[in-house]
Design a protein around this ligand. Structure first.
Ligand SMILES: [Zn+2]
Length: 344
């Protein structure tokens, strides 16, 4: 917990009740120009926790950028109790190139945390970000999307064995939480290990602003802020239904066994029953269809958008649901279908 003190970073100070927009240098280009990340630091009038909101650690994952910008620049934070560190674009070189990885040797910035001085270019950048803007925090929200060519329904990933990460994950109020330890070098994994509980929010696809998902994520941020009493929001959101996918739950990436062109028959967030056809893979002559069926009843949390596959490429990410959640979803989705048919 902060106590209404100034927030300081290398070369900067933001007093209580102040806000600062900074372009903070984390590296240098081939031309010797600075590589600078945009940072907005908002230190509230009142004491409270320090939280970071970060996006675009993968440079082409854009939805989170808008989430972080709207919180920083459109929300009324005059009664903020605590400090927000808003990092809308972590991977600036990747963002400029509109690609996932740092263009420098195609390194993954999100496998380079907490970073290291005197090490590789990506670890030096990660070190600058981590020591200045992550280490001082009490918790963090890191926004991602699916990898290019696929899309995800909004869900949270968190190490649910860590009590504080568990609290943060539930506070966000998403329908789906996937319990996993963040892989080594990820911002989520390293920060959580360091006692800064951090969750990732996965939402939609790369290269897009998807308004519905952005609004859903903003509701999640409000809800987490309510849990930690950063704002005077009163209620932590209950999403209507929630499923926590743990190691013992069934979850699988269904992969193509034939190369071809894919007709995906369901959208992200659909409930599919065991044996339902999920997709058809066809050849160029449309005379040799391969049907792909659901191996168990579950939720399609992620699906292919770019409709082409080699054998082994993922088609969709299917999660098993408990019986009660399945019943709620069946009811919800049949009501939606009724509504759609009334409209048409
Ligand atoms: Zn990502």
């Amino acid at each position: 917990m902060g106590d209404g003190e100034a927030f300081t970073y290398n070369g900067g100070r933001v007093g209580p009740g102040e806000r600062q927009n900074v372009r903070y240098g984390i590296s240098e280009t081939y031309l010797g120009d600075p590589v600078r990340i945009p940072v907005t630091i908002i230190n509230g009038e009142h004491p409270g926790p320090t939280a970071f909101l970060s996006a675009a650690a993968h440079g082409d994952e854009l939805n989170g950028i808008e989430v972080v910008r709207e919180v920083a620049h459109e929300w009324d934070l005059s009664e903020l109790a605590g400090t927000l560190i808003c990092l809308p674009v972590l991977n600036v070189p990747g963002f400029l190139a509109q690609q996932r990885y740092l263009p420098v040797y195609d390194r993954d910035l999100n496998r380079s945390f907490p970073g290291k001085e005197g090490s590789t270019s990506s670890k030096r950048m990660a070190h600058q970000i981590y020591t200045n803007f992550i280490e001082p925090c009490d918790f963090g929200l890191d926004f991602h999307t699916s990898t290019r060519g696929r899309t995800n329904m909004l869900h949270v990933r968190a190490d649910m064995t860590d009590p504080e990460a568990h609290r943060l994950a539930l506070s966000f109020g998403s329908n789906v939480v996937i319990d996993s330890e963040g892989p080594s070098g990820t911002l989520r994994g390293e920060a959580t290990d360091d006692g800064i509980p951090t969750i990732t929010i996965e939402m939609g696809e790369a290269h897009r602003f998807q308004r519905g998902l952005i609004d859903e994520a903003l509701a999640g941020v409000r809800s987490s802020f309510a849990e930690y009493e950063l704002t005077d929001e009163t209620a932590v959101r209950w999403p209507g239904w929630r499923t926590i996918i743990t190691g013992s739950s069934e979850k699988t990436w269904i992969r193509a066994d034939t190369g071809g062109i894919v007709d995906m028959l369901h959208e992200r967030g659909a409930l599919v029953h065991e044996g339902d056809r999920i997709a058809t893979i066809t050849n160029p002559f449309k005379n040799d269809d391969t049907l792909v069926e659901a191996p168990f009843t579950g939720l399609l949390v992620g699906v292919l958008e770019n409709p082409v596959v080699y054998p082994g490429n993922p088609l969709c990410h299917l999660l098993e649901l408990d019986a009660e959640t399945r019943r709620i979803l069946e009811r919800e989705q049949s009501t939606d279908a009724l509504y759609d048919s009334e409209l048409s």
